[in-house]
Design a protein around this ligand. Structure first.
Ligand code: GDP
Ligand code: IMO
Ligand code: MG
Length: 441
């Protein structure tokens, strides 16, 4: 079985928690895109782990692989590995592998990302991790692969070819070359490269062989659908393909192998960084979602913007990813709200539309049309079966299933592993949507 999990929104949907939960059923968990811009939180008992590059399956001992579609920061990977090992998590060459063709995020990529954001008029609000510049170099065929760090001569040959243009770019953007290319850092990079050689893998080969042997592989996405470099809200996106199809190219697995695609949907929407967000709330409800949901970036600590669930965007996410299941997270955060709204359509230029316009500039002008439902006061953290949920919460879930035509397989009601409801996706849907006081569809 080959399952792909992606974020259905703008990232931070709770992928870390759900991958950790599902990892026990899988032999391999593999990351297929992005880099250390990702921040995946996993809560195990009283311990909280924040993973940036290592797949979330590592905590349950599932073999964890980083595919060639990823851009890799060896410095932060090494500290992540050390941090896990210091906390008693086993990260050995038996259980962890990195594809030799993962592209390296070089110090100049990080410098350029930082300088680029400063000089950019329409700021994206990147994580300043060098992601865009590392992917640009891959497309320009100017990248350094992990495997290049294993061969000092080859590495310096490539670097010497690349450096003059990088220095020129940095100088043009007002950067300081002396600080940016200390020899020490390059030496440290090569040292880390030598240490990482033990973990070098051909991820496509390993996964295909495992699938042939009847094993289960889970592909873990980073970021979210609308941060996709092709299908997202350009130019406010990341630089990789974040949709499910990217798991095939990013890992080297053919599309015929995909068994399931799971979409992670937060019960509301959050976004870090700039870009359109039709349902954004800047009122007390927005503050409730932000505070109760602890909506602060895992990687940068920035406050996440919060808003109501957006069905036009979710319908597009279903199309872009071909989801066969949805997992709904953070439903517990709604407790205490008198009214829960869902955006079911937009008004654009006097017309009502129920699917997002393609152009970012048009999405920016969309005014959400809401369907209101009653909220609930009961805390949901102890709910373990669907029937434990208040009726209004059950209706919320079933409304999402009805509009997307995709079953919800799990509902998450807290950050901990056991705060989860496994849904019977073949159940009789017996809850009418009668508390929704305005019907659009
Ligand atoms: P990811 O990037 O998609 O892995 O998500 P993040 O880890 O960046 O952000 C999700 C946050 O929500 C983390 O702090 C999780 O511990 C937390 N979380 C996950 N699921 C739930 C849930 O169902 N309820 C609550 N209250 N928190 C959750
Ligand atoms: P996870 O995997 C939320 C956002 C940044 C910025 C835009 C581009 O934890 O869901 P980049 O540094 O990638 O060039 O920044 O993308 N971004 C994320 N937002 N979650 C993430 O990852 C993100 N990774 C990047 O805030 O708006
Ligand atoms: Mg995150």
């Amino acid at each position: 079985m080959f399952t792909v999990i992606t974020g259905a929104q703008f990232g931070d949907e709770g992928k870390g928690k759900i991958v950790d939960l599902l990892a026990e059923e899988y032999d391999i968990v593999a990351r297929f895109q992005g880099g250390d811009n990702a921040g995946h939180t996993v809560v195990v008992g009283d311990e909280t782990y924040k993973l940036h590059q290592i797949p979330s399956g590592i905590l349950v001992g599932t073999t964890s692989l980083i595919g060639p579609g990823v851009v890799l920061n060896p410095f932060s990977l090494m500290s992540e590995m050390n941090l896990l090992q210091n906390r008693g998590v086993s990260v050995t060459s038996e259980t962890f592998g990195i594809d030799t063709k993962a592209s390296i995020i070089m110090p100049y990529h990080i410098a350029l990302d930082t300088l680029g954001e400063v000089s950019r008029k329409n700021k994206i609000g990147t994580t300043k991790k060098g992601i865009g510049y590392a992917y640009a170099d891959r497309i320009l065929r100017n990248e350094i692969h992990l495997g290049d760090l294993f061969n000092e001569e080859r590495f310096y040959e490539k670097l010497d070819n690349l450096l003059p243009a990088k220095k020129e770019m940095i100088q043009k953007l007002g950067g300081n070359l002396h600080d940016l290319f200390p020899d020490e850092e390059i030496k440290r990079l090569l040292k880390i490269g030598r240490e990482l050689e033990d973990y070098a893998a051909d991820v496509s080969y390993e996964i295909n062989n495992s699938l042939r042997a009847g094993k289960n592989v889970l592909a873990e996405g980073a970021q979210g659908t609308f941060l996709d470099v092709v299908h997202g809200t350009q130019h406010y996106v990341t630089s990789s393909s974040t949709v499910a199809g990217s798991a095939c190219t990013g890992l080297g697995v053919g599309p015929s192998q995909v068994t399931k695609t799971i979409g992670l949907v937060k019960s509301y929407v959050t976004r870090v960084g700039n870009g359109p967000f039709p349902t954004e709330l800047e009122d007390d409800t927005g503050r409730h979602l932000s505070e109760v949901g602890c909506e602060y970036g895992t990687t940068t600590g920035r406050k996440r913007r919060c808003g109501w669930l957006d069905m036009p965007l979710l319908k597009k996410a279903v199309n872009l990813n071909g989801y066969t299941e949805l997992v709904l997270t953070k439903l517990d955060v709604f407790t205490g709200l008198e009214t829960v709204k869902i955006c079911v359509a937009y008004e654009l230029d006097g017309e009502r539309i129920d699917y997002p316009p393609s152009m970012t500039e048009d999405l920016e002008r969309c005014v959400p049309v809401y369907l209101d439902g009653d909220g609930w006061d009961q805390p949901l953290g102890e709910a373990r079966v669907f029937q434990d949920l208040p009726q209004n919460a059950r209706e919320y879930i079933e409304f999402i299933e009805k509009i997307t035509r995709v079953p919800v397989s799990y509902v998450s009601v807290g950050p901990k592993r056991d705060q989860i409801i496994k849904m019977d996706i073949h159940r009789q849907k017996d809850v009418p949507c009668n508390s929704m006081n305005r019907k659009v569809f």
